[in-house]
Design a protein around this ligand. Structure first.
Ligand code: CA
Length: 336
Protein backbone atom coordinates (compact mmCIF):
# COMPACT_ATOMS: atom_id res chain seq x y z
CA UNK A 1 0.00 0.00 0.00
CA UNK A 2 2.79 2.35 0.96
CA UNK A 3 4.72 1.63 -2.19
CA UNK A 4 1.55 2.00 -4.21
CA UNK A 5 0.99 5.46 -2.74
CA UNK A 6 4.60 6.39 -3.34
CA UNK A 7 4.23 5.56 -6.98
CA UNK A 8 1.26 7.85 -7.22
CA UNK A 9 3.23 10.60 -5.47
CA UNK A 10 6.03 10.18 -7.93
CA UNK A 11 3.69 10.42 -10.85
CA UNK A 12 2.24 13.64 -9.50
CA UNK A 13 5.71 15.08 -9.22
CA UNK A 14 6.22 14.41 -12.89
CA UNK A 15 2.87 15.92 -13.79
CA UNK A 16 2.06 12.80 -15.70
CA UNK A 17 -0.86 11.54 -13.68
CA UNK A 18 -3.00 9.20 -15.71
CA UNK A 19 -6.46 10.26 -16.71
CA UNK A 20 -7.70 7.26 -14.72
CA UNK A 21 -6.86 9.19 -11.57
CA UNK A 22 -9.96 11.26 -12.31
CA UNK A 23 -11.97 8.16 -11.64
CA UNK A 24 -9.96 7.54 -8.48
CA UNK A 25 -10.81 11.07 -7.33
CA UNK A 26 -14.48 10.54 -8.02
CA UNK A 27 -14.50 7.19 -6.24
CA UNK A 28 -12.68 8.66 -3.28
CA UNK A 29 -15.41 11.24 -3.00
CA UNK A 30 -13.02 14.10 -3.57
CA UNK A 31 -14.72 17.36 -4.32
CA UNK A 32 -13.42 20.48 -5.91
CA UNK A 33 -12.49 23.24 -3.54
CA UNK A 34 -14.13 26.46 -4.55
CA UNK A 35 -13.24 28.96 -1.92
CA UNK A 36 -13.91 32.60 -2.60
CA UNK A 37 -10.80 34.49 -1.65
CA UNK A 38 -9.66 38.04 -1.94
CA UNK A 39 -7.04 40.31 -0.50
CA UNK A 40 -6.07 43.93 -0.91
CA UNK A 41 -3.37 42.83 -3.31
CA UNK A 42 -5.83 40.83 -5.36
CA UNK A 43 -8.15 43.78 -5.84
CA UNK A 44 -6.05 45.08 -8.69
CA UNK A 45 -5.87 41.69 -10.35
CA UNK A 46 -7.69 40.86 -13.48
CA UNK A 47 -11.04 39.18 -13.37
CA UNK A 48 -11.89 39.60 -16.97
CA UNK A 49 -11.51 43.36 -17.09
CA UNK A 50 -10.39 45.01 -20.30
CA UNK A 51 -6.74 45.04 -21.22
CA UNK A 52 -4.76 48.05 -20.02
CA UNK A 53 -2.03 49.00 -22.44
CA UNK A 54 1.36 48.90 -20.75
CA UNK A 55 0.06 47.37 -17.49
CA UNK A 56 2.70 44.61 -17.60
CA UNK A 57 5.32 46.54 -19.56
CA UNK A 58 8.31 46.00 -17.30
CA UNK A 59 11.59 47.78 -17.93
CA UNK A 60 13.46 44.47 -18.17
CA UNK A 61 12.37 41.23 -19.91
CA UNK A 62 10.44 38.68 -17.85
CA UNK A 63 11.96 35.18 -17.94
CA UNK A 64 9.82 32.15 -17.00
CA UNK A 65 11.82 29.17 -15.71
CA UNK A 66 10.20 25.74 -15.37
CA UNK A 67 10.45 23.12 -12.63
CA UNK A 68 11.46 19.47 -12.53
CA UNK A 69 10.06 17.44 -15.40
CA UNK A 70 9.35 20.79 -16.95
CA UNK A 71 9.05 21.49 -20.61
CA UNK A 72 8.82 24.71 -22.52
CA UNK A 73 6.20 23.17 -24.74
CA UNK A 74 4.95 19.78 -25.90
CA UNK A 75 4.31 19.56 -29.63
CA UNK A 76 4.36 23.36 -29.51
CA UNK A 77 0.91 23.21 -27.93
CA UNK A 78 1.02 22.74 -24.18
CA UNK A 79 3.09 25.40 -22.45
CA UNK A 80 4.46 24.60 -18.99
CA UNK A 81 3.41 28.11 -17.95
CA UNK A 82 0.00 27.57 -19.47
CA UNK A 83 -1.24 30.80 -21.07
CA UNK A 84 0.90 32.93 -18.80
CA UNK A 85 3.36 34.35 -21.33
CA UNK A 86 0.41 35.37 -23.53
CA UNK A 87 -1.33 37.04 -20.60
CA UNK A 88 1.75 39.12 -19.80
CA UNK A 89 2.56 39.91 -23.42
CA UNK A 90 -0.98 41.15 -24.08
CA UNK A 91 -0.29 44.19 -21.91
CA UNK A 92 3.25 44.93 -22.92
CA UNK A 93 5.69 42.55 -21.21
CA UNK A 94 8.59 41.07 -23.15
CA UNK A 95 8.44 37.42 -22.01
CA UNK A 96 10.99 34.67 -22.57
CA UNK A 97 10.54 31.01 -21.65
CA UNK A 98 13.69 29.03 -20.91
CA UNK A 99 14.37 25.31 -21.00
CA UNK A 100 16.85 23.39 -18.84
CA UNK A 101 17.40 19.64 -18.33
CA UNK A 102 14.28 18.33 -16.61
CA UNK A 103 16.13 16.22 -14.06
CA UNK A 104 19.50 17.51 -12.97
CA UNK A 105 21.07 19.22 -9.98
CA UNK A 106 20.25 22.86 -9.28
CA UNK A 107 23.78 23.88 -10.27
CA UNK A 108 23.60 22.00 -13.59
CA UNK A 109 20.21 23.47 -14.35
CA UNK A 110 21.37 26.90 -13.20
CA UNK A 111 24.36 26.81 -15.58
CA UNK A 112 22.07 25.89 -18.49
CA UNK A 113 19.74 28.72 -17.51
CA UNK A 114 22.59 31.22 -17.25
CA UNK A 115 23.64 30.57 -20.85
CA UNK A 116 20.07 31.37 -21.96
CA UNK A 117 19.93 34.52 -19.83
CA UNK A 118 23.14 35.73 -21.46
CA UNK A 119 21.49 35.15 -24.86
CA UNK A 120 18.35 37.04 -23.85
CA UNK A 121 20.37 40.00 -22.60
CA UNK A 122 22.42 40.04 -25.80
CA UNK A 123 19.38 39.76 -28.08
CA UNK A 124 17.17 42.30 -26.32
CA UNK A 125 19.89 44.81 -25.56
CA UNK A 126 18.50 45.09 -22.00
CA UNK A 127 21.04 44.99 -19.20
CA UNK A 128 19.08 42.67 -16.91
CA UNK A 129 16.10 40.34 -16.62
CA UNK A 130 13.30 39.61 -14.16
CA UNK A 131 13.59 35.91 -13.31
CA UNK A 132 10.50 33.92 -12.32
CA UNK A 133 11.01 30.26 -11.37
CA UNK A 134 8.39 27.64 -10.53
CA UNK A 135 9.19 24.66 -8.29
CA UNK A 136 12.76 23.46 -8.96
CA UNK A 137 13.07 26.46 -11.28
CA UNK A 138 13.23 28.63 -8.15
CA UNK A 139 16.62 27.11 -7.29
CA UNK A 140 17.85 27.66 -10.85
CA UNK A 141 17.03 31.37 -10.76
CA UNK A 142 18.67 31.73 -7.34
CA UNK A 143 21.81 30.15 -8.81
CA UNK A 144 21.89 32.66 -11.67
CA UNK A 145 21.29 35.53 -9.23
CA UNK A 146 24.21 34.33 -7.11
CA UNK A 147 26.74 33.91 -9.90
CA UNK A 148 25.67 36.79 -12.20
CA UNK A 149 23.84 39.37 -10.06
CA UNK A 150 24.72 42.00 -12.69
CA UNK A 151 22.23 40.32 -15.06
CA UNK A 152 19.34 40.10 -12.59
CA UNK A 153 16.82 42.81 -11.69
CA UNK A 154 14.54 40.56 -9.62
CA UNK A 155 14.10 36.97 -8.53
CA UNK A 156 10.63 35.53 -7.96
CA UNK A 157 9.99 31.94 -6.88
CA UNK A 158 6.63 30.17 -6.99
CA UNK A 159 6.02 26.94 -5.08
CA UNK A 160 9.75 26.33 -4.66
CA UNK A 161 10.84 24.03 -1.80
CA UNK A 162 13.68 26.23 -0.53
CA UNK A 163 13.99 24.12 2.63
CA UNK A 164 13.40 20.88 0.76
CA UNK A 165 10.30 18.98 -0.32
CA UNK A 166 9.21 16.29 2.11
CA UNK A 167 8.19 14.12 -0.85
CA UNK A 168 11.83 14.04 -2.03
CA UNK A 169 12.93 12.89 1.44
CA UNK A 170 10.10 10.35 1.46
CA UNK A 171 11.21 8.91 -1.89
CA UNK A 172 14.86 8.94 -0.82
CA UNK A 173 14.15 7.11 2.45
CA UNK A 174 12.07 4.53 0.59
CA UNK A 175 15.00 3.95 -1.74
CA UNK A 176 17.33 3.57 1.22
CA UNK A 177 15.11 1.09 3.08
CA UNK A 178 14.50 -0.90 -0.08
CA UNK A 179 10.76 -0.24 -0.51
CA UNK A 180 11.58 0.56 -4.08
CA UNK A 181 14.89 0.69 -5.80
CA UNK A 182 17.02 3.56 -6.94
CA UNK A 183 16.99 1.88 -10.33
CA UNK A 184 13.21 2.12 -10.59
CA UNK A 185 13.11 5.80 -9.64
CA UNK A 186 15.98 6.81 -11.91
CA UNK A 187 14.61 4.78 -14.80
CA UNK A 188 11.16 6.32 -14.54
CA UNK A 189 12.50 9.83 -14.11
CA UNK A 190 15.10 9.54 -16.85
CA UNK A 191 12.64 8.10 -19.34
CA UNK A 192 10.17 10.91 -18.71
CA UNK A 193 12.89 13.53 -18.85
CA UNK A 194 14.29 12.14 -22.08
CA UNK A 195 10.85 11.86 -23.63
CA UNK A 196 10.15 15.49 -22.81
CA UNK A 197 13.59 16.42 -24.09
CA UNK A 198 12.85 14.73 -27.40
CA UNK A 199 9.46 16.37 -27.74
CA UNK A 200 10.75 19.80 -26.98
CA UNK A 201 13.92 19.42 -29.01
CA UNK A 202 16.41 19.32 -26.15
CA UNK A 203 18.53 16.22 -25.78
CA UNK A 204 20.54 17.29 -22.72
CA UNK A 205 21.68 14.43 -20.49
CA UNK A 206 19.32 13.74 -17.62
CA UNK A 207 20.20 12.90 -14.07
CA UNK A 208 17.06 12.11 -12.15
CA UNK A 209 18.67 11.25 -8.85
CA UNK A 210 20.69 14.46 -8.79
CA UNK A 211 17.39 16.25 -9.35
CA UNK A 212 15.74 14.36 -6.51
CA UNK A 213 18.67 14.94 -4.17
CA UNK A 214 18.58 18.69 -4.86
CA UNK A 215 15.07 18.75 -3.41
CA UNK A 216 15.65 16.81 -0.18
CA UNK A 217 16.08 18.80 3.04
CA UNK A 218 19.80 17.97 3.03
CA UNK A 219 20.21 18.86 -0.66
CA UNK A 220 18.34 22.15 -0.29
CA UNK A 221 20.33 22.90 2.88
CA UNK A 222 23.65 22.39 1.08
CA UNK A 223 22.48 24.65 -1.79
CA UNK A 224 21.29 27.31 0.69
CA UNK A 225 24.64 27.33 2.48
CA UNK A 226 26.34 28.18 -0.82
CA UNK A 227 23.67 30.54 -2.21
CA UNK A 228 21.85 32.23 0.70
CA UNK A 229 20.64 35.35 -1.13
CA UNK A 230 17.00 36.18 -0.38
CA UNK A 231 16.42 33.41 2.14
CA UNK A 232 14.50 33.95 5.39
CA UNK A 233 16.59 33.87 8.55
CA UNK A 234 13.91 32.03 10.53
CA UNK A 235 11.99 28.79 10.06
CA UNK A 236 8.88 30.38 8.58
CA UNK A 237 9.68 34.07 8.22
CA UNK A 238 10.19 36.26 5.17
CA UNK A 239 13.50 36.92 3.48
CA UNK A 240 14.86 40.35 2.57
CA UNK A 241 12.92 42.18 -0.15
CA UNK A 242 16.17 43.33 -1.73
CA UNK A 243 19.90 42.74 -1.57
CA UNK A 244 22.81 43.51 -3.87
CA UNK A 245 20.60 45.65 -6.12
CA UNK A 246 18.10 42.81 -6.73
CA UNK A 247 14.50 42.39 -5.51
CA UNK A 248 13.23 39.07 -4.14
CA UNK A 249 9.63 37.78 -4.05
CA UNK A 250 7.72 34.52 -3.62
CA UNK A 251 4.21 33.10 -3.55
CA UNK A 252 2.61 29.66 -3.24
CA UNK A 253 -0.64 27.79 -2.74
CA UNK A 254 -1.83 25.45 0.00
CA UNK A 255 -4.79 23.59 -1.49
CA UNK A 256 -3.91 20.17 -2.97
CA UNK A 257 -7.43 19.55 -4.31
CA UNK A 258 -8.92 22.41 -6.32
CA UNK A 259 -10.65 21.01 -9.39
CA UNK A 260 -12.05 17.51 -9.71
CA UNK A 261 -11.71 17.67 -13.49
CA UNK A 262 -7.93 17.97 -13.26
CA UNK A 263 -6.25 14.56 -13.61
CA UNK A 264 -3.37 15.73 -11.40
CA UNK A 265 -5.43 16.63 -8.34
CA UNK A 266 -5.89 13.17 -6.84
CA UNK A 267 -2.17 12.46 -7.11
CA UNK A 268 -1.34 15.79 -5.49
CA UNK A 269 -3.76 15.02 -2.68
CA UNK A 270 -2.06 11.67 -2.10
CA UNK A 271 1.43 13.22 -2.07
CA UNK A 272 0.19 16.01 0.25
CA UNK A 273 -0.35 13.37 2.94
CA UNK A 274 3.43 13.06 3.32
CA UNK A 275 3.62 16.66 4.61
CA UNK A 276 3.39 17.98 8.16
CA UNK A 277 2.52 21.57 7.21
CA UNK A 278 0.00 23.16 4.82
CA UNK A 279 1.22 22.50 1.29
CA UNK A 280 0.40 22.64 -2.41
CA UNK A 281 0.71 18.87 -2.82
CA UNK A 282 4.48 19.00 -3.27
CA UNK A 283 5.82 22.03 -1.40
CA UNK A 284 5.18 23.11 2.20
CA UNK A 285 4.02 26.64 2.99
CA UNK A 286 7.07 27.69 5.02
CA UNK A 287 9.49 25.92 2.67
CA UNK A 288 8.21 28.14 -0.17
CA UNK A 289 9.20 31.38 1.59
CA UNK A 290 11.79 33.50 -0.20
CA UNK A 291 12.34 37.26 -0.22
CA UNK A 292 9.13 39.21 0.27
CA UNK A 293 6.35 36.65 0.68
CA UNK A 294 3.55 38.08 -1.43
CA UNK A 295 1.22 35.30 -0.35
CA UNK A 296 1.62 31.71 0.86
CA UNK A 297 -1.93 30.39 0.94
CA UNK A 298 -3.51 30.75 -2.47
CA UNK A 299 -6.29 28.27 -3.25
CA UNK A 300 -3.92 26.52 -5.64
CA UNK A 301 -2.02 23.27 -5.82
CA UNK A 302 1.42 22.83 -7.32
CA UNK A 303 0.13 22.53 -10.89
CA UNK A 304 -2.44 25.32 -10.50
CA UNK A 305 0.44 27.69 -9.78
CA UNK A 306 1.33 27.49 -13.48
CA UNK A 307 -2.30 27.22 -14.60
CA UNK A 308 -2.17 23.47 -15.20
CA UNK A 309 -3.40 21.04 -16.19
CA UNK A 310 -4.81 22.98 -19.16
CA UNK A 311 -6.37 25.68 -17.03
CA UNK A 312 -8.21 23.38 -14.62
CA UNK A 313 -7.82 25.45 -11.45
CA UNK A 314 -10.11 26.47 -8.57
CA UNK A 315 -13.12 28.12 -10.17
CA UNK A 316 -14.02 30.85 -7.67
CA UNK A 317 -10.54 31.61 -6.36
CA UNK A 318 -7.87 33.98 -7.65
CA UNK A 319 -6.77 32.86 -11.10
CA UNK A 320 -3.05 32.07 -11.46
CA UNK A 321 -2.78 34.17 -14.62
CA UNK A 322 -4.11 37.15 -12.65
CA UNK A 323 -1.40 36.67 -10.03
CA UNK A 324 1.32 36.73 -12.70
CA UNK A 325 -0.27 39.78 -14.29
CA UNK A 326 -0.38 41.67 -10.99
CA UNK A 327 3.21 40.71 -10.31
CA UNK A 328 4.42 42.04 -13.65
CA UNK A 329 2.70 45.31 -12.78
CA UNK A 330 4.43 45.25 -9.38
CA UNK A 331 7.80 44.82 -11.08
CA UNK A 332 6.98 47.62 -13.50
CA UNK A 333 6.00 49.97 -10.67
CA UNK A 334 9.27 49.11 -8.89
CA UNK A 335 11.14 50.30 -11.99
CA UNK A 336 12.29 46.79 -12.86
CA1 CA B 1 -5.06 22.21 -11.58
Amino acid sequence: MRTDQSTRCLMSRFAHAAAGICLFAALAGCTATATQESSAEDEGESRGEALTAGYTKTKYPVVLCHGMAGFDSLFGVVDYFNGIAETLQAEGADVHVTHVPAFASSEQRGEALLAQIEDIVAKTGKAKVNLIGHSHGGFDVRYVAAVRPDLVASVTTIGTPHKGAELADFLRSNIQNGSFTEKVVSKLANSLGTLEGLLSGDLSPQDSLAGLDSLTAAGAGAFNAKYPLGLPGTACGEGPESDGGMRFYSWSGTTPLTNVLDPGDAALWVSSQVYKEANDGLVGRCSSHFGKVLRDDYTMNHLDEVNQVLGFVAVFATNPKSVFRAHANRLKNAGL
